[in-house]
Design a protein around this ligand. Structure first.
Ligand code: MN
Length: 194
């Protein structure tokens, strides 16, 4: 069964002025949609290869599956992570952030620095790693690589240029600063099962 593009969970202008309606429209309707379509194509090609027993292109299509599958999942999380007022975490997540990073402010500085420093395209990620029992700040260059397998991403910030270039051009740090003001911490808290 093909996957489908999840509808944007709020209006296209809901993230204004931090993230403008035009960027959200292109980002969701074109870029996110392309990952969903790419995943479905790769999945169909791999199923066809399995049915025919012809694996000549299996390396290409497994890479495509990872690229578009990770892109589709991260974009769904990115939209769900936004639409709030950026007020900050509470409860168990707040306590875990204090435990693992010292304070919310220290976490925010680390997440911001790591995200702004992503080379070319990628993501800043806050993830829960059940193996270590810790929250980690990670980055994904592109997004199919450098995963901690089994870790659950809780909060992600897209720093591919399509996420900010219309409004912020090369000023990625300005976009990240504005992005923080729209984080929906109730959504992030709901994903934390530590
Ligand atoms: Mn994106």
């Amino acid at each position: 069964m093909p996957i489908s593009l999840p509808p944007l969970p709020y209006a296209y202008d809901a993230l204004e002025p931090a993230i403008d309606a035009a960027t959200v429209t292109f980002h969701h309707d074109k870029h996110h949609a392309a990952y969903v379509a790419g995943y479905n194509t790769a999945e169909a090609k791999l199923r066809e290869a399995a049915d025919k027993g012809d694996f000549a292109t299996v390396k290409h299509w497994t890479r495509e599956l990872a690229f578009h599958g990770a892109g589709a999942a991260l974009h769904a999380l990115y939209w769900d992570n936004l639409g709030g007022n950026g007020d900050g975490p509470t409860g168990a997540l707040a306590a875990q952030i204090d435990k693992d990073f010292g304070s919310f402010d220290a976490f925010k500085k680390l997440f911001t620095a790591a995200t702004v420093a992503v080379e070319a395209s990628g993501w800043g990620v806050l993830a829960w790693d059940p193996h270590s029992g810790r929250l980690s700040v990670m980055v994904a260059e592109k997004h199919q690589d450098l995963a901690i397998w089994g870790a659950t991403p809780l909060l992600v910030c897209d720093v591919w240029e399509h996420a900010y270039y219309l409004k912020y051009q090369n000023l990625r740090a300005k976009y990240v600063e504005a992005w923080w003001t729209k984080v929906n911490w109730r959504d992030v808290e709901g994903r934390f099962k530590g």
